[in-house]
Write a protein that binds this ligand. Structure first.
Ligand code: NAD
Length: 328
């Protein structure tokens, strides 16, 4: 099997690539992987260094909006796993343009190219943020989409386009909607890596609003294992939520990161809340559990401890990224 992984140089995509080439996923053993990535600010070939020498790995430097390059790349590809996206909510609040360009237009061009090439399988990686915010209970996959940020609205657009290519053209498309990921190689603009790297260095961290926002944390290894299960056994036209089962307020999460780095609340600065900040996300994972046997396996306290150690050990990876992106 030959799999094209868009956005495979990013945080989650590169995890999927490394683990596929490690033969971690039943049904994908021996698969070849072609990473297709534009290497934007969050794409990083260092994330793929552990597999760069594999004879089953190759890289195409390309944009998903480039139809001609897609047409020359897709022949011979059996399946596409589509991670490529603009992914940071705060950036979408400042400028929604690149989000519509890549997430909506890019996904449409990729789907059209897959249709022209007759690609047999397509997994679209979406997000639980397309559902909006939920005060109580959890979303099943048939909940209406009520995205609140330009990021989640553009992801909802791409999610619905993917679904439409199944309904209209009969393409073998499945969609995954996951909760908040954490793990190694996470770009240090996101909450956990930003806080951990700042706290390791004795710098302050910015906590939005009152810190009462609740997120369900999903280890990236669990997420990509769920995606592999959907790729191998998911049904055409179906949507699968993927969650981690650990809901925490941002204050609780901050306390855990302070404890792990030996700091206290004097290092935390309260900052104005993010515009349109969703209060709570919570996905119901009954469907993927019963159909495909998915369970999140990484306990959050262990996963967080491992991540803190990874950032302690891999300053060589994150320090240049923070300097370049002027993060603090
Ligand atoms: P990321 O920002 O780390 O990686 C995105 C990758 O896409 C980068 O390698 C980038 O170079 C590439 N890319 C961006 N625009 C491109 C374009 N026009 N053409 C080709 N490549 C392009 O993001 P991530 O956190 O790894 O997220 C991957 C996917 O998972 C995204 O679709 C995101 O919406 C989704 N998701 C992420 C989370 C999370 O917690 N990180 C949660 C839910 C869903």
């Amino acid at each position: 099997m030959r799999i094209l992984v868009t956005g495979g140089a990013g945080f989650i995509g590169s995890n999927f690539v490394r683990r596929t080439l490690d033969d971690a996923y039943p049904g994908l053993e021996g698969a070849e992987v072609v990473v297709y990535d534009a290497l934007t600010y969050s794409g990083n070939l260092a994330n793929l260094a552990p597999v760069a020498a594999s004879p089953r790995y190759s890289f195409v430097h390309g944009d998903i909006r480039d139809s001609a390059l897609l047409d020359s790349t897709l022949p011979g590809i059996d399946a596409i796993v589509h991670f490529a996206a603009e992914s940071h909510v705060d950036r979408s609040v400042r400028d929604a343009g690149p989000f519509v360009e890549t997430n909506v237009v890019g996904t449409q061009r990729l789907l059209d190219a897959a249709l022209r090439a007759g690609t047999k399988r397509f997994v679209h990686v979406s997000t639980d943020e397309v559902y909006g915010s939920i005060a109580e209970g959890s979303w099943a996959e048939d909940r209406p989409l009520e995205p609140n940020s330009p990021y989640s609205a553009s992801k909802a657009g791409s999610d619905l386009l993917a679904r439409s290519f199944h309904r209209t053209h009969g393409m073998n498309v499945s969609i995954t909607r996951c909760s908040n990921n954490y793990g190694p190689y996470h770009f240090p603009e996101k909450l956990i890596p930003l806080f951990v790297t700042n706290l390791i260095d004795g710098q302050h961290v910015p906590l939005y609003g009152t810190g009462e926002n609740i997120r369900d944390w999903l280890h990236v290894d669990d997420h990509t294992r769920g995606i592999a299960m959907v790729l191998v056994g998911g049904r055409a036209g179906e949507i699968y939520n993927i969650g981690g089962g650990t809901e925490l307020t941002n204050r609780e999460l901050t306390q855990m990161m302070l404890d792990a780095t030996g700091r206290d609340w004097s290092y935390v600065d309260a900052v104005d809340d993010r515009k349109g900040h969703d209060l709570r996300y919570s996905v119901d994972i009954s469907k993927i559990r019963s159909e495909l046997g998915y369970e999140p396996l990484v306990p959050f306290d262990q996963g967080l401890a491992d991540v803190v150690q990874w950032y302690r050990d891999r300053r060589d990876w994150w320090e240049p990224l923070k300097v370049r992106a002027e993060l603090e």
